[in-house]
Design a protein around this ligand. Structure first.
Ligand code: URA
Length: 288
């Protein structure tokens, strides 16, 4: 199937007037994705073609698809955030476009690059899951938005956007994170109150162990051994330390939400992820 030229004249010619220098990379990328572009404009901006003529020839040769359908009209107009453009089967993106994935993290992978010691111990890095889904340059830039322990599963954002990490994971943002905590023994009423009101946990600060009083949290019971805990802070191994302070052994820990972003909404098996590039993930998180 071939799409016809839509013929709607949008103000795409303004593009050249704005210029990258007048917009930050993030706003520029957002702005491009949010607006309609003509196919030849989009293709030229990807950096895959040596000239405007090469763009036209690729399109006329039927080598370019939009959402899987060949489009031979160089003036075909589309909303960048809504369509996937491919050249000879390879999906093309705008250079300033960050990649973001929503992963249902499995246990057994760590949220950092491996150091030689970890490598020799046979540890696995969460980034390896994305190796075949991003370019080498994107792979180098991938970071996690906050961290989950090796033995924690659940919702994890992985992105090339350092700005996203800052805006979602900075302690001062106090973005709520929801954990499903399975304990070996039932959690008593008095213990729920202590989790909710704040309790002292041990934290290592500059090599010294210090006591830290946790901020108020939301607590509800799914079952006597399964607690839903909502925290607005994220000290290292905080959930496990809070339960350890109560004398509880955590047998499974899963993150189920970050702000308004709910893992259940994406129906992902453990270890599966979806590509959220171009989706306003921050908007969804910060709405919650
Ligand atoms: N709290 C923990 O103890 N571990 C995690 O992975 C996340 C929060």
């Amino acid at each position: 199937m071939t799409f016809g030229h839509q013929g709607i004249l949008e103000r795409t010619h303004d593009l050249g007037l704005l210029g990258e220098k007048r917009l930050s990379e993030r706003r520029w990328g957002w702005w491009l994705r949010a607006m309609k572009l003509r196919l030849h404009q989009f293709l030229s901006k990807t950096g895959h073609f040596s000239s405007k003529q090469a763009v036209k020839e690729a399109v006329w040769a039927g080598e370019v698809t939009v959402n899987g359908s060949v489009v031979k009209d160089i003036a075909f107009q589309f909303k960048v955030s809504k369509k996937e453009v491919a050249y000879k089967g390879q999906v093309l993106r705008l250079p300033s476009e960050d990649r973001t994935f929503l992963l249902n993290k499995p246990t057994g992978v760590i949220c950092s690059r491996l150091n030689p010691q970890e490598r020799s111990l046979g540890k696995r890095s969460v980034f390896e899951l994305f190796r075949d889904h991003v370019t080498p340059s994107e792979y180098e830039r991938l970071v996690t938005v906050g961290r989950l322990d090796e033995d924690t599963s659940g919702l994890l954002l992985v992105t090339t956007s350092g700005g996203m990490v800052h805006r979602i994971a900075s302690p001062e943002m106090h973005v709520a994170k929801v954990y499903r905590v399975t304990t070996a023994a039932p959690v008593a009423e008095e213990q729920r109150s202590r989790l909710a009101g704040g309790l002292d946990i041990e934290l290592e600060v500059n090599g010294e162990v210090e006591l830290y009083r946790t901020r108020p949290a939301e607590v509800s019971m799914v079952d006597p051994c399964i607690t839903s805990l909502t925290l607005s802070e994220g000290k290292k191994r905080q959930v496990r330390r809070m339960f350890a302070a109560l004398g509880h052994e955590v047998v499974a820990l899963e993150r189920t939400a970050i702000g308004g972003l709910q893992l259940a909404a994406y129906e992902l098996e453990t270890g599966e992820f979806i590509d959220m590039s171009g989706v306003d993930v921050e908007g969804v998180v910060l709405q919650g």
